[in-house]
Ligand binder design. Sequence first.
Ligand SMILES: Nc1nc2c(ncn2[C@@H]2O[C@H](COP(=O)(O)OP(=O)(O)OP(=O)(O)O)[C@@H](O)[C@H]2O)c(=O)[nH]1
Ligand SMILES: [Mg+2]
Length: 402
Amino acid sequence: MSDDESISKIKDFFKTGVLIPDELDEILNLKPESLIGVDQINSDKLLDRNIKSIGDLASLDPENPPEIKELSNHILIKWIKISRVLEKVVREQIRKQKKIVLIGLDNGGKTSILAVIQDRFSIIKSLLPTKGVQREKLDFFGFPIISWDLGGQVQYRDKYYFNKPELFFTEVDLVLYVIDTQDPSRFNEAAEYFRQVLTALKDLDEQPPVLAVLNKSDQDIRKTLQWQKNKTDIVNKIDLVAKEFQGIVVEYCDTTIFQKESIMQMFSIALKKVSETSEIIENILEDFTRTIEAKAASLISMDGLIFGNYTKNSTDEMLINNTALLLQTLSNFHTSIGLIREKSISLDFPLNGFSISGEKLFEYSDLQIPVFLWVLTSNLELVYDKLEYFKEQLMPLINMFL
Ligand SMILES: Nc1nc2c(ncn2[C@@H]2O[C@H](COP(=O)(O)OP(=O)(O)OP(=O)(O)O)[C@@H](O)[C@H]2O)c(=O)[nH]1
Ligand SMILES: [Mg+2]
């Protein structure tokens, strides 16, 4: 059930004219009087008892409702029950979404990263520090994802997140811990804050995967010795903190908002962590690679999202992914000057005895972004023989994402 369907299902409980918020959980903040049958007078009586919202109503026990003067019990029980139904719909729907918490010191680049994947690059220049929490709903490869961008300024960190950790750190599917790699003067602070985040998670018995996002890894800066030292330093510090917490595994990823691909790659890793389906995709790619006697296979979208890949070693992985991404960039350039996009793209390495070849498999999202299946192989013939067969296996899975 989509949000829209959920909303249409529950809107009959509300008076006409009540503006139902898009964010499902905000429905629980609506006043009781927005419900059909609750008039202003009764609403005021509830207010006197500190029952200000539908969420408050839902938290009452229908078996044992409070006594409210001039309000009959059975009416109150009915309202409690309706509120509980609403709460259930809202909660269930929210659980189907993935919750990604984007956290890190102020100025790390959290809000900018979100802006990049939402293609709002132009707003970056005018970004202000995030006040408190900003929730954004993203459609990440068909997944509804709620990202919680927790503003990193000290006043929010202490007052908000660690005072009421359960609000922010419960049922988190993934933590993206964003670090400014260009500011070594704050590495100790970044590591200390990371410890606070892991402690809050541990206290709540939460063990989400953690991706440390090494941001501001700008292309020109990356080559400098200073930056490379920075990277080693911060990775060491973060690893040391992670070691204090059993079961926490941290992965790292370099990003810069000036290269959208780097952000997309980071989200590709994130996708693998939050979705069970991508594991199956990788299994199919493995089967495919073996069957066609290839060295590697990767499924990559034209905007740089790696859906899954299979390789026997990391050199092949680098080779296929980097070559594919560059060939795709070339293909995007070709279409930008008006050429029709080719359905297959291939680069031969005759002296090395292999080819890297991509076949368009399908398109995703409303923007119809093509997705190519890339293989690194010495025997292209076998690819074409088996392509249809594997496409048939992959498509139902892919459709689960879309
Ligand atoms: N050079 C460089 N600057 C970046 C990068 N990402 C973000 N910035 C800049 O860093 C500054 C802070 O970025 P924000 O996205 O506002 O940081 P934030 O983590 O959301 O900060 P708070 O909301 O205060 O927690 C802005 O001036 C960005 O333009 C990057 O990859 N490279
Ligand atoms: Mg921000």
